[in-house]
Ligand binder design. Structure first.
Ligand code: URA
Length: 226
């Protein structure tokens, strides 16, 4: 029997802009299910969605609040806080779209933009193919959604697009399920003020640039596999 434990969230050397969820048995158990190659798509969706919900709740912790006082039914005042500022979600297609529902569960009417980035076959560089973003994105805090951070190429390109639309780095929170140390390092080097919230930092990348031990192709397993 393995007793409840909580390991350190982020391995040593993790860039300072990165926050990893606490490595509880609960989180490790959910990740064990989605990493298992034998897990079918229904379970993959169900357990990924549970992790995504945890990520979104943690991501919201990194948005600013202002003091707010309310009157409770007991007739007393409660000095609490309220969220300041407007937010939006931006999913990096296709895998990031899997995180939209989890964001909507926490922020009901949230606006969601989309960015499609693919690798250029000739240059091997991440290339922007499509972006549809809220008109007032420059006034919003942006939760950028992509479940797998491998080399960081797509995320860095997506951030470039947000900056081009007037969003400062400090208003971007990148939400991610599994990250590679290489991807985190590249993100930090390019955009040190962008906050990264990840569920788990894996060991490295393999030659095909998949995260290892990883979970395979997230988009395929969530949207199209058996
Ligand atoms: N995208 C995925 O879906 N999986 C990886 O391991 C890397 C990128």
């Amino acid at each position: 029997m393995v007793l409840p434990t909580q390991l350190p969230a982020a391995p040593e050397g993790t860039p300072s802009n990165t926050v990893a969820l606490p490595r509880t048995n609960q989180l490790a158990g959910l990740l064990t299910i989605i990493r298992d190659a034998k897990t079918n798509r229904g379970d993959f969706i169900f357990y990924s969605d549970r992790i995504i919900r945890l990520l979104v709740e943690e991501g919201l912790n990194h948005l600013p609040v202002v003091e707010k006082t309310v009157n409770t039914p007991t007739g007393l005042e409660y000095n609490g806080v309220g969220f300041e500022g407007k937010i939006c979600g931006i999913s990096i297609m296709r895998a990031g779209e899997a995180m939209e529902a989890g964001l909507r569960e926490c922020c009901r009417a949230v606006r969601i933009g989309k960015i499609l980035i693919q690798r250029d076959e000739e240059t091997h560089q991440a290339k922007l193919f499509y972006a549809k973003l809220p008109d007032d994105i420059a006034q919003r805090y942006c939760l950028l959604l992509d479940p797998m951070l491998a080399t960081g190429g797509s995320a860095i390109k997506a951030i470039e697009v947000l900056l081009d639309h007037g969003v400062p780095q400090s208003r971007i929170v990148f939400l991610n399920l599994v990250a590679s140390p290489e991807g985190l390092e590249a993100m930090y080097k390019a955009y040190p003020e962008v906050k990264v919230v990840t569920a788990w930092i894996d060991e490295s990348l393999n030659e095909q640039k998949y995260i290892v031990p990883g979970l395979g192709d997230f988009g395929d397993r969530y949207f199209t596999s058996n």
